[in-house]
Design a protein around this ligand. Structure first.
Ligand SMILES: O=C(O)CCC(=O)C(=O)O
Ligand SMILES: [Fe+2]
Length: 724
């Protein structure tokens, strides 16, 4: 079929339809490749040339009707509407462009356009004259793709109008050229942005999280289900034979149990808050200021409650876990300064050694140690007295020569040392061992809290306290009342100090516990006691390692004789000495002079009263006060160290008297921890010390020679070995 007749059909279809859509269809087809790409329409110029040719043809009046029709068709096919429309588009676009730039269309273009218009009209007229050929409506001739304006323009063109309105801008070339008149134009205008209500579908939309407690309360029945599920799981585990399945079930059980546990803990904390609020409400009604618990306090109270409701084994395990966790955390967060903390080992000034008679074979003695708290840690200061004249001076080991160029003691520390040993160590120098030191952080605070919480235990009447008596020669643990006269004390005065010895083995369930007063076994106190035992032992081990290193022997030489987990006589001692009752020095003594049996003894006291015997040869009988320093523990070496080192290290002789001045007016309490060799440790000199002086000596012998006082023993009931 010739292209022209195709075109005719299309035009006719367009003519028959008044529908916009049909109109668009024609529009689309006119721009479809079937017309443009065939080349029939050709280039604009070609079309024009052809148009001209067509014009000539139409003027031939002698043609037969058929021939004329054929001719007209040929002309039509030559000058296609596509080409014409394209030409018009180009012109109008050109015009538009120019108009946009504010230019008027140029004369030749106007002429061309005019020529085209005339030509179109001529063709139309010829067609009308012929009568038989259907005519496309002018509307269809137009190329509506270029918009309504152009369509209108074409219509006006057909009617010879020159009206030329500016074409409306379209959002894109694909946007409809005309706006349908069928669509109602809204008269409403959005002036203010009104917020549309947003509707929520509770099935899918997650709103603000509901209050956790409310949810817990409402869904409390789930806990019952969970519990029954746990029971089912337990049953299933019992019945299941397949190991892999069993493992899976076990894992699930553990996870469910820990979920339940976490929930219980949360509930407990909530209870604490609730109870506290209730109490506070009451108090506020009475006119008190409200007091709110901090989160940490809430946790603490809940924790204490939890511990109280635990069985002792579970509690121990829980405590141990918490301690490990806390220690690991502490260690991780420890500033470098603390990583570098040092234990200073002091050796005396030569002045001292020159002026004092050294006992046979005994070269030096540890006089006492002071631990000082620094940046939450504890730095140990070990005061050592030594006789430099001795040919075998292990403290100045050949590998660790005493170097006078070592850094001086920091001035901050000097008063501390000089205060407690002002006579024996006037100008101490120091050797600097660098053991890894991670001192337990809670030791001092735990002992301080213990000091306050256990006052009540001594407030009981004597008959009650004596129901927990220690049994001399049988058990070292329990109560020792005041008023005991020690044969070892030269003054033979009765002592005024009562104390409770609480075994490390009882605290840490290494052996079954004996009975203690309720205030001691009360959970919070028991936990504090456990902390003191554990941490003080750790400090003791540190001191022993340092000493071994300084003595040039393997660092574990002493520690392996004092293992924490092995049954031993280690204990925490809580002491109480009433305030001064008389100024008479003969009435009573706090504690008579003695040395301690153990290896290392840590003393936490808050009032003066402890005295150590002077080593100053000019005042051999003089007692020097060891002034308590806040945040400080005083460390002594016990008789066991004398034995282990064959007398190279000494135990210091000490006693307790009324605190001087005002301090003497108040009751004195102290907390002591005795690190003692475990039950299986052989009480003999360690390697490297066997040949020093024959058999191992104990402090008593040392005392007898140096101080000229009574032979050891003192208040240590178990000296010589007690049955536990
Ligand atoms: O309480 C003190 O200061 C010392 C106690 C003491 O030396 C002891 O219990 O062995
Ligand atoms: Fe003591």
């Amino acid at each position: 079929m010739p292209l022209s007749s195709k075109l005719d059909q299309k035009l006719r279809a367009a003519e028959e339809s008044s529908d916009d859509e049909e109109y668009y269809e024609v529009t689309d087809r006119s721009s479809s490749p079937s017309i443009i790409e065939t080349g029939d329409g050709g280039e604009l110029l070609d079309s024009e040339e052809e148009d001209e040719g067509g014009e000539e043809g139409s003027e031939d009046e002698d043609m037969s009707a058929d021939a004329e029709e054929e001719e007209a068709k040929a002309q039509m096919s030559k000058v296609s509407f596509g080409a014409l429309a394209k030409a018009q588009d180009a012109l109008s676009a050109d015009r538009k462009r120019k108009r946009k730039r504010g230019e008027e269309p140029s004369k030749p273009q106007e002429d061309k356009l005019q020529a085209l218009r005339e030509r179109l009209q001529e063709i139309k007229a010829a067609k009308l004259a012929q009568g038989g050929v259907s005519q496309p409506k002018p509307k269809a001739k137009a190329r509506p793709t270029k918009g309504e304006e152009e369509k209108k323009k074409d219509e006006y063109d057909d009617s010879g109008s020159d009206s030329d309105t500016a074409p409306a801008a379209r959002s894109s070339k694909h946007a409809p050229a005309v706006q349908t008149s069928k669509k109602a134009v809204s008269r409403k205008r959005q002036v203010v942005d009104a917020k549309k209500p947003k509707f929520r579908d509770p099935r899918f939309d997650v709103g603000a999280p509901p209050d956790e407690n409310t949810v817990q309360h409402r869904y409390a029945f789930l806990n019952e289900y969970k519990q029954s599920e746990i029971n089912d799981l337990r049953e299933a585990i019992k019945k299941t034979k397949n190991e892999a399945d069993k493992e899976k079930l076990k894992k699930k059980l553990i996870s469910m149990e820990s979920q339940m546990k976490a929930q219980r803990n949360k509930d407990q904390q909530q209870n604490v808050i609730r109870e506290h609020k209730k109490m506070e409400r009451e108090l506020v009604k009475q006119g008190k200021q409200p007091f709110y618990l901090k989160k940490s306090e809430q946790k603490k109270i809940a924790l204490i409650e939890r511990f109280q409701n635990m069985k002792s084994k579970d509690r121990d395990r829980a405590i141990e876990r918490r301690r490990k966790k806390a220690t690991a955390k502490e260690r991780k967060n420890m500033p470098d300064e603390r990583h570098d903390a040092r234990v200073y080992l002091f050796v005396p000034d030569p002045y001292f050694s020159k002026s004092r008679e050294a006992p046979d074979g005994w070269d030096c003695g540890v006089r006492g140690m002071v631990l000082r708290q620094q940046n939450d840690g504890i730095t140990g200061y070990i005061a050592v007295m030594s006789d430099l004249r001795s040919p075998s001076l292990p403290l100045l080991h050949p590998h660790r020569p005493h170097r006078p160029d070592l850094p001086p003691i920091p001035p901050r520390l000097r008063p501390l040392i000089l205060r407690s040993n002002s006579r024996s160590l006037p100008h101490p120098r120091l050797l600097l061992p660098r053991p890894p030191l991670h001192p337990p952080r809670h030791l001092l605070s735990a002992s301080t809290r213990l000091h306050f919480t256990t006052r009540t235990v001594f407030a009981h009447p004597l008959p009650y306290k004596t129901t927990h008596d220690l049994i001399k020669g049988v058990s070292l643990f329990g109560y020792k009342r005041a008023g005991i006269v020690k044969a070892t004390d030269p003054t033979l005065r009765p002592d005024s100090t009562e104390f409770f010895n609480i075994a490390k083995d009882h605290l840490h369930a290494i052996t079954p516990s004996r009975s203690y007063p309720a205030e001691i076994t009360e959970k919070e106190t028991w936990i504090l006691l456990q902390t003191v035992a554990h941490d003080a032992h750790k400090v003791g081990m540190l001191v022993l390692r340092v000493l071994a290193t300084q003595l040039g022997i393997p660092p574990t030489s002493f520690t392996r004789k004092n293992e924490f987990a092995v049954r031993s006589g280690d204990h925490v001692r809580l002491t109480h000495k009433p305030a001064r009752v008389s100024d008479s020095t003969t009435a009573a003594i706090g504690l008579p002079s003695h040395t301690d049996f153990g290896s290392v003894i840590l003393l936490f006291n808050w009032l003066g009263g402890l005295q150590i015997q002077s080593y100053d040869p000019s005042t051999p009988e003089q007692w020097d006060f060891v002034r308590p320093v806040d945040g400080t523990a005083i460390i002594n070496l016990g008789d066991a160290m004398v034995t282990f080192t064959n007398g190279v290290l000494k135990s210091a002789k000490h006693h307790v008297v009324d605190a001087p001045g005002e301090q003497g007016r108040v009751d004195r309490y102290s907390v002591v921890y005795f690190v003692r060799p475990h039950d299986e440790a052989v009480m003999e000199a360690v390697e490297g010390f066997e040949h020093l002086g024959g058999k191992g000596r104990v402090a008593g012998k040392f005392e007898a020679k140096v101080g000229g006082g009574a032979v050891g023993g003192g208040v240590d009931e178990a000296k010589g070995g007690a049955v536990r």
